[in-house]
Design a protein around this ligand. Sequence first.
Ligand code: SF4
Length: 353
Amino acid sequence: MPTPDISEQRCDRDTALTMLARTPLGELMDRAHAARMRRWPGNTVTFVCDTNPNYTNVCVTGCRFCAFCRRPTDPDAYTLTPEQVSEKVAAAAQRGATTVLLQGGHNPKIRLADWLAYIRAIRSACPEIHIHPFSPAEYAFMAASEKRPVREILEAVFAEGVDTIPGGGAEILTERVRRRIAPHKATTAQWLEVCETAHEIGFRTTATMMFGHVESDADIVDHLLALRDLQDRTGGFTSFIAWSFKPEGSELGREVGRAAHPARYVRIVALARLVLDNFAHIQSSWFSESIPAGQLGLLAGADDFGGVLMEENVLLEAGHDRTATVEDVKTIIRRAGFTPARRDSYYRVVETF
Ligand code: SF4
């Protein structure tokens, strides 16, 4: 069955399902690249220099896919002080990081006052670095810990001069999947509510997806449509970032057994560009996938190459150790046929190479 031409019309659910399941990959990449070129003519591909320290690995939520979390009594459980976090950030800033993406486990001993102390310590040590803190799932958990509405938690962080949030913890935004992989984490409705409230307050956020485990094609499409619906209402999402589940070291990994094929990743990047017609930026991640898959994603609708991470622990715990320098990333982008440009956390180009 031929795929309907959607260049002039919004992609509906049935068309998205057809594209995900049946459209030849080359054709899908061509369509997505054409959509990217309509939105971003020219061949600039952006990246950001960031660091991703985790302030604690203690977590009581126990997602079945997680290799990072530790119980409070585990010998390698840790919680960093604000000074320790700010020292890490200062060291990364010295090596060129311009953004700190700060996330941690759901640790009931960490309260809102601790979050604010982390932000203040980083700001004091590195006034120039952009602080991009706490996922929607963490905000939902903090609201429950504090027994306060999530809006008040978000407003307290916003009052510190923070205005962007990473869109982590989305995994797959359908309850069928969340019940199987993360039954104690924020629900689909809660994740979307945090983002909607954040956008109303004035935050810009990213949106993510972790695929390649127990989800169906319909779950992936419904995830994208939920993001698109919210973006229609708020316009607060800056970008969409997908990554594949890394099976090493987790209970879910033993059940699933293997990682998604890189071709599946490229297909999802392309589908995201075509479905998320109200998202400015689609990321292709060399870091979470592989350099070739990341480069193919740039030919499948992506216009952003993610971060040159100075520190990353979550995927590292799942056996995924990958490092590259700014020079490496510039070369990887050029070899895919694009012009590398460094951006800030609002996706504004700072420097073109
Ligand atoms: S993914 Fe996050 S919330 Fe889930 S167990 Fe790991 S650290 Fe906790």
